[in-house]
Design a protein around this ligand. Structure first.
Ligand SMILES: Cc1ncc(COP(=O)(O)O)c(C=O)c1O
Length: 428
């Protein structure tokens, strides 16, 4: 949306295209309220973080309580909330994952993961998907292929790309609507050809988000782990968006029967506050520590975000939010599939739990991304009071990302569907 006199941006750096033409004054549950009193249903959970909804009492209480005790410390000091958050996380993660460090953003958690992998393996080569987004710090950005590569100078040496296994848009024009994993084997063969013999890691999202809401096909992750092991690479899973209930399970990797060597958590761990975690095994941590692993930041192990992380974890478990995401995700998905029956541009509906994608196409046979239509639909949704986000890159599609808070009420899901229906019609 173009900015107007209502929103003065003259003193701001434009970091990601246009700003929305509203100033948000309050956010509660699934709703935003603008300064001029408009209400907007938030189908993106903020920046995919607010899985508990906005202003959840458990988060606010944890912030107040931590604020009264301790907010920030010298990075070598620990607080009870940090040691307890680590313990509580390990209680819900499978062995051999055993140790965590707490940082602020997803990019930082991936940066730490890749640095651990490099130190542990002695290599520096890192593979990531063509549709990946792992963050904007140098190492994470070097393994982010969906956007932002041009104009910033050389990426890290040794970064290599794997085809995104999207059955709706097969990256090697081999399959249609299924994936027989040929793209993975072909991608690994190309990586082998490029390798200078210094493998370190493969980093992957279990459901690519910016890549167009692409759940990894059945069997893919297990085969990727086999390939990684054969080459002495660590498997790093980035569950920034997928962890802690969003996909109908605590972690997306559970469905694949694969435990990563390094797991990164971010967005959903802080529920809207900056908190991320890099998690690994005793063996990898022990080796890295022996080699002098250094990843000191100003906010590593900060007490306040850790207290919030504990509140998020406790709420996710006590309120059974994974089950809620499965139930309400099924309702939302059924509604989107109904829309697909009536709206020709909806080529595909996919995703898991409450992380769903609607792939918009100019026609269902060629599957050409309907970029202008998608942009118009999201703008119209916002006018009508619904915030949905679109990813639109020519190679990845024009995909509405739908990820409301896991605490959303069924009537709010139905209202969101109604607004989307109207926007899809109005923009034809
Ligand atoms: C899968 C994934 N990893 C990492 C990041 C980066 O997280 P942050 O923006 O907190 O650095 C994102 C952000 O969108 C993401 O979607």
């Amino acid at each position: 949306m173009p900015t107007s006199a209502r929103v003065s941006t003259d003193n701001l750096i434009r970091y990601g295209g246009e700003f929305a033409d509203v100033l948000v004054e309050r956010a509660e549950g699934s709703w935003l309220t603008t300064e001029d009193g408009r209400r907007i249903l938030d189908f993106t959970s903020g920046q995919m973080c607010a899985t508990l909804g906005h202003g959840h009492p458990a988060i606010l209480d944890a912030m107040r309580d931590a604020g009264d005790r301790v907010v920030h410390l010298f990075s070598g000091f620990l607080s009870r909330d940090v040691t307890e958050l680590a313990r509580e996380l390990m209680a819900i993660l499978p062995a051999p994952l055993a140790r965590a460090m707490f940082l602020s953003t997803g990019a930082e958690a991936n940066e730490a993961a890749l640095r651990l992998a490099k130190l542990h393996t002695g290599g520096h080569e890192v593979l990531a998907f063509a549709g990946s987004w792992h963050g904007m710090t140098a190492g994470a950005a070097a393994s982010t292929y969906s956007a932002g590569r041009r104009g910033y100078g050389p990426a890290m040496p040794g970064t290599m790309v794997l085809p995104t296994p999207n059955p709706y848009r097969c990256p090697i024009a081999h399959c249609r609507d299924r994936c027989d994993l040929t793209c993975l084997d072909a991608g690994m063969a190309l990586a082998d050809a490029q390798s200078v013999g210094a493998p370190a890691a493969v980093i992957a999202e279990p459901i690519l988000s910016v890549g167009g809401i692409v759940p990894l096909p059945e069997g893919y992750l297990a085969r990727l782990q086999e390939h990684s092991r054969e080459r002495g690479m660590l498997l790093v899973l980035d569950e920034a968006q997928t962890a802690l209930g969003r996909v109908g399970a605590l972690f997306a990797f559970e469905r694949h029967g694969v435990t990563p060597d390094v797991l990164t958590l971010s967005k959903t761990l802080g529920g809207g506050l900056p908190l991320s975690a890099t998690v690994t095994t005793d063996a990898i941590e022990g080796d890295a520590a022996a080699k002098g692993f250094l990843h000191f930041t100003s906010h590593v192990s900060d007490p306040l975000p850790a207290a919030v992380g504990r509140a998020v974890l406790q709420t996710v478990l006590a309120d059974e939010l994974p089950a809620r995401a499965a139930t309400f995700g099924a309702r939302l998905r059924a509604g989107l599939e109904q829309l697909q029956l009536r709206h020709e541009p909806i080529g595909d509906v996919r995703g898991e739990g409450l992380m769903l994608g609607v792939d918009l196409v100019t026609d269902r046979e060629t599957r050409t991304p309907a970029e202008r239509y998608g942009a118009a639909v999201t703008a119209r949704c916002l006018e009508l009071g619904l915030n949905v986000n679109i990813v639109k890159f020519p190679a990845l599609g024009s995909v509405l990302r739908i990820a409301p808070p896991l605490t959303i009420a069924p009537e709010e899901i139905d209202l969101g569907l109604e607004i989307l229906d109207r926007a899809l019609t109005d923009c034809r």
